[in-house]
Design a protein around this ligand. Structure first.
Ligand code: FUL
Length: 689
């Protein structure tokens, strides 16, 4: 019989920086002492349990796309294009560590197939780039830097490979498995292996330049793939690969997980396997580059991912130098500061804790265990007590605005709903929440009280609660919102008298010397508006930027394959009203819109805003034509795909290979996410010299 690794032992060993011994696949069940409640439903295996404690770690998207400016490379890029000027693995790993992250997951290979290590199985790798005369190995340098910094190292190996001639055939799967073997045997421990859902489609494919269709569920033989990984590194958490993997995609690329997030297979309460959610998001608008998110946005995502019992994977893409950019570091540091100001002080510590029931009246399961913060301490009740109550007596008036609850996971996810009351001469209900899981953060208004009561209002088995904490998050500066009207007038909201919003329109970062916003101002030719709240005392807020193209004052829709008056919505600077038109009246006929921009301009590019909530009609492939008279169009000025728009529906910017004088443009949606039903355009814009 194989020895069983107790889940708690794994956590303790890892916390002490010691490796988990042996190459055994961890047990599905932790060994609980006699008298403990029976587990309810699916429970985490040892690697999942360890993973739950990580909370936040970094994604590092770095590769060919960093140099081509694409989100999805086609696979035909020359290895020579990969040429960072100052790659520094330690700078990347140090930045991740200093941001308080547990580790990082590095893109060993993205969809373009370019390998960031000198794989023995392909020529399409760093070994054929001029970077370090082909002697470089980014995967290795990153592994060593993570080890030096004491953070975990994970890898992303894209199953979809647009470079390989054999993609779509069984040979490619053998190639993919060989690469997994290389990555799991040459570079030390890998805490998580990340795949992705993007599969098949058009690509270079060794020069075939065609489209490959595969069945993502069966083609990669996930059962064999996961078995191989488990054999090579039993502690590696496997992302996706359903139903064989350990961790489930959070269902958006927006840094959130669904709520409620039951762990039992696809978020189902009645599921039969532990399937925790991981939220992924980029600190930039794209995975490889783009506009910055703000510390407030990251904080919000933290509450909507970790706070809903998931983990959060935040992408910080190195720039073309091969290091994390100063701007990303600034945002990370500001966010880290909010995190430590919030979570470093647990205001519940020291409280007296009482409850309506304690299992067998045993001190092992005493109510005070919710404050113990050790891996095996939890409060639980007798089996028949499904709706017990617990009171924190704080001893003195205490002000908080975040409540944290956590279940003891080796016994499964047992609680369906809770309520919280504060004492104000009588009990007053403050908040309710559904599932709890590994941790549930509940945000409340600033509340001052001496006592707080937790009521479990529904549970499937007697609750087992390991954590009850209170925090006071600092009040964050309001982040400005930048909008522009059809006449080119820019407004910065919220409009408050004596506003301390400083702004620039030349791309530079606003300082206290930049103009203060007092009234709307025009941006007619386009440009970048950057705004920052700089209060008279205290720290300045985050920089919020908005790129604008030409003002649309004179624009007119000339024709469209949909309803003409509705098509106007595509050019009215509104992100809430979208043009949705039936697509493909005949399957081969693409949908299009022709716009007259009022006078001839030297056009340098265009923007397409999809439905940012995601839609089947979002455009994946386009053609863009220019004309002086709206009659003769010639060859497309640009043509291509909006890579990754299905999973990440963000503003798309296309730069033309050469600026072109024109008065009319024609945007053709050749394919959409679902390729049927409708095409959706939230907004089209034109960039000009
Ligand atoms: C997706 C990919 O298509 C994106 O490019 C990115 O790598 C994201 C994390 O996963 O599936």
């Amino acid at each position: 019989m194989k020895p069983i690794i107790n889940a708690i032992t794994v956590i303790l060993l890892l916390a002490a920086g010691m490796p988990v011994s042996g190459a055994e696949i961890p047990s599905d069940k932790a060994v609980e002492p006699a008298g403990a409640p029976a587990p309810f439903g699916p429970t985490p295996n040892a690697r999942q349990l360890r993973w739950q404690g990580l909370k936040v770690y970094a994604f590092i998207h770095f590769g060919m796309n960093t140099f081509t400016g694409k989100e999805w490379g086609f696979g035909d890029e020359s290895p020579d294009r990969f040429n960072p000027t100052a790659f520094d693995a330690d700078q990347i790993a140090r930045t991740v560590k200093e941001a308080g992250f547990a580790g990082l997951i590095f893109t060993a290979k993205h969809h373009d197939g370019f390998c960031m290590w000198p794989s023995a199985y392909t020529e399409h790798s760093v070994k054929n780039s001029s970077w370090k005369q082909g002697k470089g190995d980014v995967v290795k340098e990153m592994a060593e830097a993570c080890k030096r910094q004491g953070i975990l190292y994970g890898l992303y190996l894209s199953p979809w490979d647009r470079n390989r001639a054999d993609y779509g055939k069984p040979e490619y799967v053998a190639y993919y498995h060989n690469q997994l073997r290389e990555l799991l045997t040459h570079y030390g421990p890998v805490f998580e292996l990340w795949f992705d859902g993007a599969n098949g489609g058009s690509g270079y494919y060794g020069g075939a330049n065609d489209k490959r269709t595969i069945d993502g569920k069966t083609y990669y033989q996930w059962d064999k793939t996961v078995k191989l990984i488990n054999e090579l590194q039993p502690e590696t958490v496997v992302w996706g690969a359903e139903p064989y993997g350990d961790v489930t995609w959070g269902r958006s690329e927006g840094g959130t997980v669904p709520d409620p997030a039951w762990k039992n297979g696809g978020g189902l309460r009645q599921g039969n396997r532990w399937a925790p959610y991981e939220a992924d998001v980029s600190i930039r608008s794209g995975w490889f580059s783009g506009g910055m998110k703000t510390p407030n946005q990251l904080m919000d995502m933290y509450f909507k991912s970790v706070g809903r019992t998931g983990n959060l994977l935040i992408n910080i893409p190195p720039d073309r130098r091969g290091i994390i950019n100063e701007k990303d570091i600034e945002v990370l540091q500001a966010w880290h500061q909010i995190m430590t100001q919030t979570f470093d002080k647990d205001l519940a510590l020291g409280a007296k804790v009482s409850a309506t029931n304690t299992r067998g009246n045993s001190p092992r399961y005493a109510p005070s265990q919710v404050l113990a913060n050790t891996p095996d301490a939890y409060w639980t009740t007798d089996d028949n007590q499904l709706t017990p109550e617990l009171v924190l007596d704080l001893g003195k008036p205490t002000t908080f605005n975040v409540i944290e609850l956590g279940e003891y996971l080796p016994l499964g996810q047992r609680i369906e709903s809770v309520a919280l009351d504060y004492w104000n001469g009588k009990w007053v209900e403050l908040a309710t929440a559904n599932i709890v899981g590994s941790q549930r953060y509940i945000r409340t208004p600033d509340t001052t009280t001496t006592q707080l009561r937790l009521r479990v209002t529904k549970a499937h088995a007697c609750p087992a609660i390991k954590k009850f904490s209170l925090y006071l998050m600092p009040h964050l500066l309001v982040e400005p919102q930048i909008t522009r009207g059809i006449d080119g007038t820019v407004k910065i909201l919220p409009e408050t008298s004596g506003s301390s919003f400083h702004y620039t329109t030349d791309g530079s970062d606003p300082t206290e010397k930049s103009p203060t916003y007092s009234q709307p101002f025009p941006i007619l030719r386009g440009g970048m508006v950057k705004v920052r709240c700089i209060p008279s005392s205290g720290q300045p807020g985050a920089i919020v930027s908005a790129p604008f193209g030409l003002a649309k004052t004179q624009w007119k829709v000339v024709s469209s394959t949909g309803n003409l008056s509705e098509a106007r919505r595509a050019i009215e600077e509104s992100t809430t009203r979208r043009w949705r038109a039936p697509l493909y009246k005949a399957p081969q006929a693409p949908q299009e819109i022709v716009v007259d921009i009022g006078k001839a301009e030297k056009v340098t590019g265009f923007t397409y805003l999809p439905d940012v909530k995601g839609a089947d009609g979002n455009v994946t492939h386009y053609e863009f034509y220019l004309s002086q008279d709206g009659k003769s169009w010639g060859e497309p000025a640009a043509k291509g795909e909006f890579g990754n728009i299905k999973a990440s529906p963000i503003l798309q910017t296309v730069t033309l290979s050469q600026p072109t004088q024109a008065r009319c443009f024609r945007f053709v949606a050749t394919h959409t996410v679902a390729d049927k039903g409708e095409v959706v355009i939230s907004e089209l814009g034109i960039l000009a010299e």
